[in-house]
Design a protein around this ligand. Structure first.
Ligand code: FES
Ligand SMILES: [Fe+2]
Length: 351
């Protein structure tokens, strides 16, 4: 499928993979993830090369996976290491293995050329597990291209329509918006000065706080990683400011479906379980029940097309960040394809 291959994708939250086999389709490939006896996560294709049974229907045996059909065992490198029916182990009897690294509570999976997988390229998401913060995790499958979710995040103008009851503000019309491209990433920053307190944040302030400087900054990195920093600074009590970091990680499942992982990290009331519950309600309402249906409806109207630019959408200045993201991602994909083509081109006899 269309997509960047040589990059780290989010396979899931680390806590999703415990002591059982875990299978998820990523970029059209069904990937099996499990933990070896020492707790290290490994990823191999979820497909037995014998009769193509999904290995996820088998069981874990020490560091290996035993196919549930005839009992062949594979290790975390994809090698067949045990044949219960004899000693023969055909060399073709192996499955694809994927580099996978657990960092900052995220399982990062490499789908491309394994020789290029460098742990140093994993983006910094240390805020998820930083001391003195609390993170609430969630996620949902979305029947839409992961790029449509990036569009949605980078263009906050939809807030006043899709999330009016949660995040809308009377002052959005005078918001300052800037789009910055730097170091292979895109920022879309909004500052709403002298704003009413959006409903989703009302409970975090006492009644003496009526207006805030409300800033919402989105930072996109390839392939579909967005950090969203929100601050609300009361005009009369800047000491009562609150800061929240949203994490939005989109991984393609197929051309027109994706996995949407989200998390919210706060530096206030971190031991208050009522705030945890409120955050979960906001995630469900705001992301799963408000953003999800409108994005899925757009995808349904687009049919099997995942690249909205091919459909020549009408664009406005407020689309700038989303369009820049799409262009940057497309450039990366094109560069990768060109490198692959050059690498596989036959050497001309007349050169
Ligand atoms: S299908 Fe897996 S061992 Fe036969
Ligand atoms: Fe939204």
């Amino acid at each position: 499928m269309r997509g960047l291959k040589n990059c780290w994708y989010v396979a899931g939250w680390a806590h999703e993979v415990a002591d059982e086999l875990f299978s998820r389709k990523i970029l059209g490939e069904q990937v099996l993830i499990y933990r070896q006896a020492d707790g290290k996560a490994v990823a191999i294709a979820d497909l037995c090369p014998h009769r193509f049974a999904p290995l996820s229907m088998g069981r874990i045996r020490g560091d290996n996976v035993e196919c549930g059909y005839h009992g062949l065992q594979f290790d975390g490198t994809g090698a067949c290491v045990h044949n219960p029916h004899g000693k023969a182990l055909p060399t073709a009897c192996r499955v694809k293995a994927y580099p996978i690294i657990e960092r900052h509570g995220v399982l990062w999976l490499w789908m491309g050329d394994q020789t290029k997988a460098a742990a140093a390229q994993i983006p910094d998401f240390s805020h998820l597990v930083a001391q003195g913060r609390k993170t609430i995790y969630g996620g949902t499958p979305v029947s839409a291209s992961y790029e449509l979710i990036a569009d949605n995040l980078m263009d906050a103008s939809h807030t006043q329509y899709v999330h009016l009851d949660l995040l809308g503000t009377d002052a959005f019309a005078k918001a300052k918006h800037e789009v910055i491209e730097e170091d292979g990433s895109i920022h879309s920053n909004y500052l709403v000065a002298d704003s009413s307190v959006p409903a989703a944040y009302r409970d975090y302030f006492d009644d003496s706080i009526q207006t805030v400087d409300y800033s919402v900054n989105f930072h996109w990195q390839a392939p579909g990683l967005v950090i969203n920093r929100v601050s609300l600074v009361p005009n009369d009590h800047p000491d009562k400011a609150i800061y929240r970091t949203g994490t939005h990680l989109m991984t393609p499942e197929t051309e027109t479906t994706c996995h949407y992982f989200f998390a919210h990290t706060r530096n206030f009331q971190i031991d208050d379980t009522r705030v945890d519950a409120r955050t979960r309600r906001w995630q469900k309402l705001g992301l799963t029940e408000q953003d999800g249906p409108i994005i899925e409806a757009c995808q349904r109207m687009m049919g099997n097309e995942s690249d909205i630019m091919k459909m020549r959408p009408v664009l406005f200045p407020f689309d700038e960040a989303a369009v820049r993201v799409r262009r940057m991602l497309q450039r990366l994909i094109d560069t990768e394809l060109a490198a692959d083509t050059n690498a596989s081109a036959p050497i001309s006899a007349t050169a």
